[in-house]
Design a protein around this ligand. Sequence first.
Ligand SMILES: Nc1ncnc2c1ncn2[C@@H]1O[C@H](COP(=O)(O)OP(=O)(O)OP(=O)(O)O)[C@@H](O)[C@H]1O
Ligand SMILES: [Mg+2]
Length: 265
Amino acid sequence: MQKEALIHIENITKHFGNIIALNGISLDLYPGEVMCLLGDNGAGKSTLIKTLAGVHEKTSGVYKINNKDVISPTPQKILDEGVATVYQDLSTIPLMSLTRNFFLGREDEILKKFLFLKIMDFKKADKITIEAMKDIGISVREPSQPIGTLSGGERQCLAIAKAVHFGAKVLILDEPTSALGVAQSSMVLKYILQARKRNLGVIFITHNVYHAYAVGDRFTILNRGKTLGTFKKSEISIENLQSKMAGDKTIQDLSDELGENAYNL
Ligand SMILES: Nc1ncnc2c1ncn2[C@@H]1O[C@H](COP(=O)(O)OP(=O)(O)OP(=O)(O)O)[C@@H](O)[C@H]1O
Ligand SMILES: [Mg+2]
């Protein structure tokens, strides 16, 4: 039996004035799968995930989470529905501690009463942060250390751990590996697989076809606001995926186009 989709979109369009950023996008995301969203600069990847995350409202089309229509979305409403988005620049505050960043926007969860006041229970918060990070395999020695002291990869992982801890069903990651080296990228890819193992649905946006192919179950290729199709891993080779991303151009085509200029660059 086909599992029920966590996210279902059908014929979504998004216009910014005269610019048509999305032009009839349809896709489904299921629990326990990694769907990679690929495409060149300006293809509409960020616009699509911002529409899913409630930052933009779609111009037309259908958007359902757990088979329920999404009406007048806001980022908070979408998060409450269990769809968490991690942006490349991350919404962390460098000088704040790991724990404070972990509970940023979720302070309610760790308030305790003190006389007539409500204050944050830091001891409990530290413990939860350490546990949640440990759950995805990262050992934190000092939860009070500023998050700015973590590497880019570790920060991405903290954001993933946070989403998993607070019960996200869908994790959307916008180019989480684009600024990272090999070792740090593989750490982030490992945690994407951890999230999948926990039955989350993951939308992973990347320019890097190798990163996508390493963890993806399905691949949707965007081109100028339209999809060039969705492919299962068994249906497409990494070479084909690469050439589809480049608009079906091969390295030879590109080199032919550049002609003798190729040598003068
Ligand atoms: N707020 C906006 N106002 C006007 N145009 C926008 C806005 N956001 C995006 N666009 C346009 O929509 C198109 C798609 O942009 P988008 O940022 O979604 O591409 P992308 O696939 O994420 O590219 P990149 O790989 O460079 O991040 C572009 O032509 C862009 O200029
Ligand atoms: Mg983008």
